[in-house]
Write a protein that binds this ligand. Structure first.
Ligand code: ZN
Length: 309
């Protein structure tokens, strides 16, 4: 009997080990007619997920597929292409980037080599060029040799103005700056289906991160702009596709808290440490992943931003 148990234990252990190192295979999920989201895992970049720990999406038109955000590497981009292939044989004609963070655009070069045009607002493309080396160095640590073949290609068709409207195959896309997570970040709205791709303005299921160069003030403004569009579906930058109410609970309300409570205290010249300690435990947001790691640092950066205004 012990010997039988022993025999049974081996395949179980093997299965467990396999699950711990399961490769992430992106899958498209329908959001609205012709509109799909590819929702990535919530955790950190890894060789198993090829840096696809963020959301992408695409719009199928009769004249070509419009991909929104191209993944973090050449291999990641190939995986996204496979996910699109599972839905349609129509090739990717356009790649639109919502931001300059690695997983938004480092797959551009792959799709360009397949004949796609890469498109972004001007400041998004400029920030891509500015961060390219830093992001490649950072990714190397997480992806190792799976980063091989990846060449940073900032979007080549740059759109002027604070917002821009482009159209392919009868599908209109409105791009508008958010400047929240990275300078030059943008959101993409599809008026026909009322779907918004929020890019890194919107995090659900996990708490948003305020980086040293992020802007809580601009994030709060951009979120209000997004609300005014009255989207029927929100594809967040990270987390599951949701409605506006959930996006507001997980991101909009948090921007409001950071600006109206922490920012206001900074403007009143209160002591930062006392403010951070007072708001260390927020029941409205503590269910979000990464809350314990990021909440205090987020408040710290919000305080610093509003203090200097
Ligand atoms: Zn991101």
């Amino acid at each position: 009997m012990p010997r039988l148990l022993h025999l049974l234990a081996i395949p179980l252990l093997a299965l467990t080990a396999f699950a711990a190192h399961a490769e992430y295979i992106p899958k498209a999920a329908r959001v609205a007619a012709g509109v799909y989201a590819i929702v990535g895992p919530l955790g950190q970049r890894s060789a198993d997920n090829d840096g696809l720990n963020a959301n992408s999406g695409f719009v199928v038109t009769p004249t070509g597929v419009i991909l929104i955000d191209s993944g973090a590497s050449r291999i990641g981009a190939q995986k996204l292409e496979q996910a699109i292939r599972a839905v349609t044989a129509i090739p990717v004609r356009w790649v639109v980037n919502t931001g300059s963070q690695d997983h938004r655009w480092l797959g551009n070069d792959y799709f360009a080599s397949r004949g796609a045009e890469t498109i972004a607002l001007a400041r998004t493309a400029a920030t891509q060029a500015q961060f390219a080396t830093q992001h490649m160095t950072g990714l190397e640590r997480f992806l190792g040799e799976r980063l091989q073949g990846t060449k940073p290609l900032p979007a080549t068709r740059v759109l002027a103005g604070e917002s821009a409207s482009i159209e392919l195959g009868g599908e209109k896309l409105l791009l508008r700056y958010t400047d929240a997570h990275f300078p030059g970040d943008a959101m993409v709205f599809l008026p026909k289906t009322k779907v918004v791709f929020g890019g890194d303005l919107v995090f659900v299921d996990r708490i948003l991160g305020v980086l040293p160069f992020s802007s809580v003030r601009k994030g709060q403004q951009a979120f209000k702009t997004m609300v005014a569009l009255a989207p029927a579906h929100v594809v967040p930058g990270h987390g599951r596709v949701c409605d506006l109410a959930k996006a507001k609970r997980d991101s909009g309300d948090y921007y409001d808290f950071l600006a109206n409570v922490v920012g206001a205290a900074a403007k009143e010249m209160e002591a930062m440490d006392a403010v951070l300690t007072r708001h260390a435990d927020l029941p409205a947001f503590r269910h979000l992943e990464n809350y314990a790691d990021l909440h205090r640092a987020n408040m710290n950066r919000a305080f610093t931003e509003f203090e200097s205004q």
